[in-house]
Write a protein that binds this ligand. Structure first.
Ligand code: TYM
Length: 342
């Protein structure tokens, strides 16, 4: 059972990334370790080139993101942690997979529509092909399970379709051979979609949110508290600490508090039944977020300074990743009739 996930090195990572994904990477690592396997995690620098970006900054953001993953508990001795651009088999597989990817499907991707609307100068072909590169990430490793937040569902469905179509087209006559494993998305039961604190109808995001509405993992405790205390709620009188369709802000805070205290949202609601107002919910959420992130923030500060050590860890990861991806790619090329007979 192989676990795989990827994360972008763009911008600063936020609480949504942590609760929706990063903390589940650590669980995935432990499950894989218990099964005598290695989970695989990738910092996707090639994906980051699909929108306007600064090259020097990209490298820095990649180090930042690797240091965050290490600080959160990923262990390069137990898992494979690599930088996407270090594994050339993946972009090669991307091209090969375009043969079984429908243009119309790519055109329907929400993320493409949103991000292309944000671009000022150029909507790159890379942005359009983004989901194919993401499919190649996972399919090159024949991964079974992909822990991600709710916003990645459409991308995961597409990669499953690509794998199925590839096997049907190139897996031989009769019952097609499973050349590419069809992976499954694994979504958190709580906090699968953390919303912007200032605009709770929008997901928390580095590319489209406001600084005040986004809780960065590396914000200090005071800033975290300030942002949570100013979170938009609603004007119900008397205030009700329950989830509901008209209560996006309160629902989001309940989700955050539940995820950071390992409780269900129902339990959180029950625990605050006697609260005087939303202030109690906000203070409890701020305390719980700060307590959850304190060890990560501390470890990050220790790790980020040593770029040589980060590069060393990434080099080991890339070598292990390539050793897995190469035979998969060889089979794909062979099945597609690309290059000399195998
Ligand atoms: P990225 O870098 O935008 O986000 C990393 C992870 O964080 C999750 N996430 C959220 N979860 C809950 N609430 C939110 N507001 C929130 N915002 C982000 C994302 O779902 C993701 O799991 N396309 C991917 C990166 C990628 C990838 C892959 C993922 C590239 N190749 C292969 C899995 C497998 C992305 O942009 O993630």
């Amino acid at each position: 059972m192989r676990v795989y996930s990827g994360i972008q090195p763009t911008g600063r990572k936020h609480l949504g990334n942590y609760l929706g994904a990063i903390r589940h990477y650590v669980t995935g690592q432990e499950e894989a370790r218990a099964a005598g396997d290695e989970a695989i995690f990738c910092v996707v620098d090639l994906h980051a080139t699909t929108v306007a970006y600064d090259p020097a900054e990209l490298r820095d953001r990649t180090y930042d993101t690797v240091a965050i993953l290490l600080a959160a508990g990923l262990d390069p001795a137990a898992s494979i942690l690599y930088r996407q651009g270090d594994v050339p088999e993946v972009p090669e597989l991307t091209w090969l997979l375009t043969a079984v990817t429908a243009h119309g499907d790519l055109n329907r991707m929400h993320q493409f529509k949103e991000k292309s609307a944000q671009q000022r100068e150029l909507v790159s072909a890379g942005l359009f092909l983004y989901p194919v590169l993401m499919a190649a990430d996972v399919l090159a490793f024949r991964a079974d399970r992909v822990p991600v937040g709710d916003d990645q569902r459409q991308h995961i469905e597409l990669m499953r379709d690509i794998a199925l179509r590839f096997n049907a087209r190139f897996g031989g006559d009769g019952e097609p051979r499973e050349i590419l494993r069809v992976p499954e998305g694994v979504y958190p039961t709580v906090a699968a979609r953390i919303m912007d604190l200032q605009a709770p109808e929008r997901k928390m995001s580095t590319s489209s949110g406001s600084i005040e509405g986004t809780l960065y993992l590396l914000d200090d405790a005071k800033t975290t508290e300030k942002k949570l205390k100013r979170a938009v709620t609603d004007s119900e009188n008397p205030p009700r600490i329950v989830r509901g369709p008209e209560k996006a802000g309160v629902s989001n805070l309940i989700d955050i508090l539940a995820a950071t205290t390992d409780r269900t949202p129902d339990e959180v609601e029950a625990s605050l039944a006697d609260a005087r107002g939303y202030g109690d919910l906000k203070v409890a959420a701020a305390d719980a977020v700060n307590a959850t992130l304190a060890p990560l923030r501390e470890r990050y500060a220790e790790l980020r300074g040593d770029e040589a050590a980060i590069e060393e860890a990434l080099a080991v990861g890339a070598e292990k990743a390539r050793a897995i991806a190469q035979p998969v790619l060889a089979e794909v090329r062979e099945a597609m009739g690309v290059g000399p007979r195998g």
